[in-house]
Write a protein that binds this ligand. Structure first.
Ligand code: ADP
Ligand code: AMP
Length: 220
């Protein structure tokens, strides 16, 4: 299975991609997670990425595409993948198409999780993440068992730097600037599907799997 989740920041791509990839036995590939790991490790890539992420801007395409090229070459990606946060513009979509044609694993569906802005703000401002293992929570909708502590690894949860309201507004603008070209790109290939991202996490997952089944893409 090779699918892409599109959607505004905070729409629930990471939450659904992780569950979907686990259920289907494929890789969950999230460029945002990869950049955050590089920032934590203090690598050159991390330093460069951080200067864009803290402004809510996109990391330059050549860097992001290079990162994706390396990631897709890893053995686990050969079983299939759910992409989350990539591609983010038409140049990345074009590059992905070329990379996947080399691999012989074309995209089967690009699904946009549709969530209105008021709900996006609620989701993003309440988001808490584990800086050690990457698990995502929400103070109200998906709270950890012990407040402020990761269920999975016991580390203290943090709020992402770029989840501050001012940066979120900028990230939403960046999303809007590129959404149309991305949608058009996948529409032209008959791969674009819009799905409501409202309801509980379990509701959205069920809806997503239902769509993938109807497309003949879900093979579990
Ligand atoms: P994205 O990867 O699209 O930026 P996330 O998956 O990190 O979004 O979700 C953003 C926030 O919203 C997180 O705090 C997450 O726990 C919460 N969330 C995700 N899906 C839902 C949902 N269906 N209902 C309520 N909250 C959700
Ligand atoms: P995300 O975790 O997907 O919300 O991404 C967080 C930040 O990482 C974004 O605001 C960008 O600065 C950067 N980023 C993630 N994915 C990409 C991408 N495909 N292209 C450019 N920048 C990205």
């Amino acid at each position: 299975m090779q699918i892409i989740l599109l959607g505004k920041p905070g729409a629930g791509k990471g939450t659904q991609a992780q569950r979907l990839a686990q259920a289907a036995g494929v890789a969950h590939i999230a460029t945002g997670d990869m950049f955050r790991a590089a920032v934590r490790e203090g690598t050159e890539l991390g330093k460069l990425a951080q200067s864009y992420m803290e402004r809510g801007a996109l990391v330059p395409d050549d860097v992001t595409i290079g990162l994706m090229r390396e990631r897709l070459a890893q053995p686990d990606a050969h079983k299939g993948f759910v992409l989350d946060g990539f591609p983010r513009n038409e140049a990345q979509a074009q590059a992905l198409e070329a990379l996947l044609s080399d691999l012989g694993r074309p995209v089967q569906a690009a699904v946009e999780l549709d969530v209105p802005d008021e709900e996006i703000l609620r989701r993003i401002t309440g988001r808490r993440v584990c800086p050690r293992c990457g698990a995502t929570y929400h103070v109200e909708f998906q709270p950890p068992k012990v407040p402020g502590i990761c269920d999975r690894c016991g580390h203290a949860l943090i709020q992402r730097d770029d989840d501050k309201e001012e940066t979120v507004r900028r990230r939403l603008e960046v999303y809007r600037r590129h959404a149309e070209e991305l949608i058009r790109f996948y529409q032209a290939r008959g791969l674009y599907h819009r799905l409501s991202g409202l309801g509980s996490e379990a509701d959205v997952l069920e809806r997503l799997i239902g769509l993938l089944q109807s497309l003949g893409v879900w093979n579990r």
